[in-house]
Design a protein. Structure first.
Length: 253
């Protein structure tokens, strides 16, 4: 060890004894590749994991860590709050398309948005933009989804919003079905509702609306139907093994 230290001193002088950074030296990333990552990120809103999959499919051998570095250096990543340890997630989904659809309303700026989404594939069966969140609009879009896709789900899942569910009892203490529920019964569709204050049950809808709002902020001129078309036919999902909702929907009919 002494001879080794002496040899290093003769070679580098006092610099040989200064602390050195742990790990491999940082690699310089090709500028053209960096521009491609930034462009793809702005176009798709994908994270480093999805970007790595897409770029690997195109023949690029750059690691996910390097792609994440590009996003960080270009300030394209959002801050993430520290979590208390590892969270375990369980994914629930029906094995075939059209067994269950989810539906929900969400407000963005001065408009109300309603969507019907297939549980298995996450395909948007129909989505609409309205001035008010009403029961009539929910029924109108339901029939649009059925006629456009030429199929009915076996089960419809929603929250206990007044546009879907009647929580008021009559004078005899009996809950009467809402107009929306009566329409589902006439179509032969079972109606399920999530527990109160438990949005995870309808989590696929929550995630969809979050994606929609972020997309609208970055692409304000894009229409809702243009976004739905992109989401169904072009946007890959980690939960779908990096396939699009349309691909997964067709595979599981």
């Amino acid at each position: 060890m002494v001879y080794k230290l002496m040899a290093e001193y003769k070679k580098e002088g006092t610099l040989a004894y200064k602390p050195k950074k742990v790990g491999r030296p940082s690699q310089r990333i090709n500028r053209n590749f960096e521009v491609k990552v930034v462009s793809l990120r702005k176009e798709t809103d994908y994270g480093s994991q999805k970007l790595h999959f897409v770029l690997k499919r195109e023949g690029f051998g750059v690691s996910q860590r390097q792609i994440q570095k590009v996003l960080d250096e270009n300030k394209l990543t959002e801050p993430c709050e520290k979590r208390r340890g590892q969270r375990k997630y369980v994914r629930y989904q029906w094995p075939i398309s059209n067994y269950m659809w989810h539906c929900d309303w969400s407000q963005y700026k001065d408009k109300w948005f309603l969507s019907y989404i297939d549980d298995r594939s996450r395909k948007i069966m129909a989505s609409g933009e309205f001035s008010n969140a009403t029961e009539e609009n929910a029924i109108f879009l339901l029939y649009q989804a059925i006629l456009t896709n030429e199929v009915c789900p076996y089960v419809m899942l929603s929250d206990k919003g007044t546009q879907f569910y009647n929580s008021k009892r009559n004078k005899k203490g009996v809950l009467t079905p809402s107009i929306f529920e009566q329409e589902l019964t006439a179509l032969g569709i079972e109606f399920w509702t999530s527990r109160r204050n438990h949005p995870q049950t309808n989590g696929k809808m929550e995630k969809w609306f979050d994606t929609m709002k972020k997309r609208k902020q970055k692409h304000p001129d894009e229409t809702l139907q243009e976004f739905v078309k992109w989401y169904n036919k072009e946007r890959i999902h980690h939960a779908l093994e990096y396939k699009t909702p349309e691909e997964t929907y067709r595979e599981n009919l």
